[in-house]
Ligand binder design. Sequence first.
Ligand code: FMN
Length: 465
Amino acid sequence: MSFVFRTARARTTPLAMRLAQRQPIVIRTTQFRTAATKAKASSSSTKKAGPIPANTRSDVSSIISTIKTIFFSGALAVVAYGGFMAVTDTRFSTFHRYVVVPAIRYLFPDGEEAHHASTLAMKKMGELGINIRERGNPDREGDLAVEIFGETLWNPIGTSAGIDKSAEVPDELLALGGSYVEVGGIVPEPQEGNAKPRLFRVVSQNALINRFGLNSEGADRVAQRLRERVQAYAKKVGLGSGAAAEQAVLNGETGVPPGSLVSGKLMGVQIGKNKETADDIESVVNDYVTCVNKLGRYADVIVVNVSSPNTEGLRDLQAQGPLTRILSEVTKAAQKIERKTKPKVIVKVSPDEDSQEQVSGICQAIYDSGVDGVIVGNTTKQRPNPAILPDEEKHILNETGGYSGPQLFPRTVALVGKYRETLDKEAERTGAGKKVVFGSGGITNGRQALEVLKAGADMVQVYTA
Ligand SMILES: Cc1cc2nc3c(=O)[nH]c(=O)nc-3n(C[C@H](O)[C@H](O)[C@H](O)COP(=O)(O)O)c2cc1C
């Protein structure tokens, strides 16, 4: 009974206060000894057994109470440690899904604010070393390992562009367990993007509509951040600081890919064009090449974005002529990067330009320019049937922007299959090597990931749901 009472009190009184209120154990022990000695002396002088003095009883109970406090604090520390290990482990996804996500939605009614707050939290947790991560090696047998771009990756799962537009948390994203992280899209000059609000939740469908419009801090700022990251890594592994150390890391001298800085993983850097850039192909090409020159040395993979639905005219660049030109120039620029191994180049396409004619034109551009593959695909301008939405959400479908989320899944499977078939036919016809296909759009679980892989993808990327 007394234990129950003390435990309840201990729970409601902060540990620090309780400890501050106590006398140091040593003093109390001395008092006990003194009391005990006095008692002994008195008993030996009278030679009579009597009741234990009151102050001795109180000292004994004080010690018992101290032991209980220590025990309770220890138990609390174990529980806190266990809790910390659980909530920072990706395998405790039930907690993240059913507690963290609803809490963030509640605290931040605006989706973009929620995104920034989450990114900041990831960054701060990363700095303190308490970021969420995959612990241990759940795939000891290497069953999930895949070979992409000559690298053996841990698994064929990655995250999509738009999660970390300015490369603030690539390491924290890589720690989540996937083998591929794509930062960006980044454009040459800083640009605000479209007016806010520009991100809308379709909660009942776990979906989003966004019209960010490639908001970006610009290539210089992001390149600076990536440079500092490489230099910090060089210092950490004992190469020292400065340009020589940075170059050594980028040349692969530490045995890790120069982008991800983690063996068995890759980092893509996605590039685009500024909204204000003139429409002529020279200006457009110049934007992409500028990005390659500034950012390419920090990338394992350069991703050419010609498919965001929120930059006017961008998707027109998927026509075979301009696309071949852009991809050829990007490939040439990538080959000139001062680094032992050059970054691979892939292009991210839209799921809306999906006729066989359009797909064939893009595949032709991929082969003619010599890029290494394709990401299929970006957000869609299409909308699901409003009938599946509750009445209070139907109006959200009228927002302009790209739709993402589970409803994209069947189209992703179909389009990945179409690209795989068309690319492979071209490979056969020309005798050129096979191209890599990444699948993105509505992939929400392992079964779906497998389905997209079976349809012909080498890697799947996740974002919205
Ligand atoms: C808020 C938001 C921002 C995005 N930004 C980009 C971007 O900058 N570049 C890009 O290629 N795709 C961007 N995407 C598209 C995703 O990378 C992904 O291709 C798309 O959301 C489909 O996948 P999902 O259904 O798994 O989200 C963005 C998506 C969202 C939801």
